[in-house]
Design a protein around this ligand. Structure first.
Ligand code: SF4
Length: 262
């Protein structure tokens, strides 16, 4: 039976399981904001009880596991592999991953790119905080040039190469129907990010192919900024490197030509 929002006598239905009274994120973390957007979109699209989430490993894991939603947990970096199997086997209307940038673009680069190449009809929601937040703030693929992390104490530079622009990269793959990058640092950007999530989910409902939305999120303890200064860092530094917007939006992906029967 599909897990749905919990009915509460005399109150509104709950998306968050009541035994989890507190979301275990750091003060100023924007990942719960993205979680809220995802739940709003699921509800507005009438997908309560129709969705299966596949969380990655990292700070993002803590969001889906407290939702009243079916979830399949995976090993680090493997959400796209598992989401592929879940979608193919269950044929659930909406199967999506929730991953961090390390989970999705570093250890999970193979599964993510492979799912995109196959044109899997799944959606990837990845939150980019530009470091490995859970394990102490090491450099990740989206750490920007000059950014200090525990493994780049002098700032990311020549030795570490350029940051990864994943929505742009995946947009060049034939199996991909939709990619976009959003942020939640301003009310206007938050509304745009929500539209991107909705558009990506709609692509899956339409059977269009692989979709991915990257959302930039603040990580105050590992950036060593106050939550307010994090907004400035996003606006002045991260958005200069990572432009917001849609990078691919097609109604259906090109299918590989089948091998003729012998
Ligand atoms: S380490 Fe960063 S991304 Fe992880 S919960 Fe804390 S603020 Fe959020």
């Amino acid at each position: 039976m599909a897990v749905k929002k919990e009915k509460v006598a005399g109150g509104s239905d709950l998306w968050i399981r009541p035994e989890f009274a507190v979301i275990p994120s750091c003060p100023g973390c924007q990942e719960p904001v993205v979680g809220q957007l995802i739940l709003e979109v699921v509800e507005e699209m009438g997908l309560d009880g129709e969705a299966i989430v596949v969380p990655g490993v990292g700070c993002t894991t803590f969001l889906p596991v407290i939702w009243n939603m079916d979830a399949v947990l995976t090993a680090h970096g493997r959400p796209c592999d598992v989401a592929t199997a879940v979608k193919r086997v269950t044929k659930a209307p909406l199967v999506f991953t929730v991953q961090g940038d390390g989970d999705c673009f570093a250890i999970g680069a193979g599964p993510t790119v492979s799912a995109a190449l196959r044109g899997e009809n799944i959606t990837v929601i990845t939150m980019s905080n530009t470091n490995y937040g859970t394990t102490g703030g090491q450099m990740s693929p989206t750490t920007v040039t000059g950014q200090r992390t525990t493994t780049t104490p002098e700032g990311r530079g020549e030795m570490q190469g350029h940051p990864a622009h994943v929505p742009e990269l995946l947009g060049g793959i034939k199996g991909v129907a939709y990619t976009a990058r959003g942020a939640v640092n301003t009310p206007a950007n938050l509304q745009k990010a929500k539209r991107y999530i909705k558009e990506a989910f709609q692509k899956q409902l339409d059977g269009a192919g692989f979709s991915l939305v990257e959302i930039i999120v603040a990580c105050p303890p590992n950036w060593h900024y106050t939550p307010i200064d994090c907004l400035k860092f996003i606006d002045e530094t991260l958005l200069a490197e990572f432009p917001l917007g849609e990078f691919k939006n097609v109604d259906r992906v090109e299918q590989p030509i089948p091998v003729p029967a012998q």
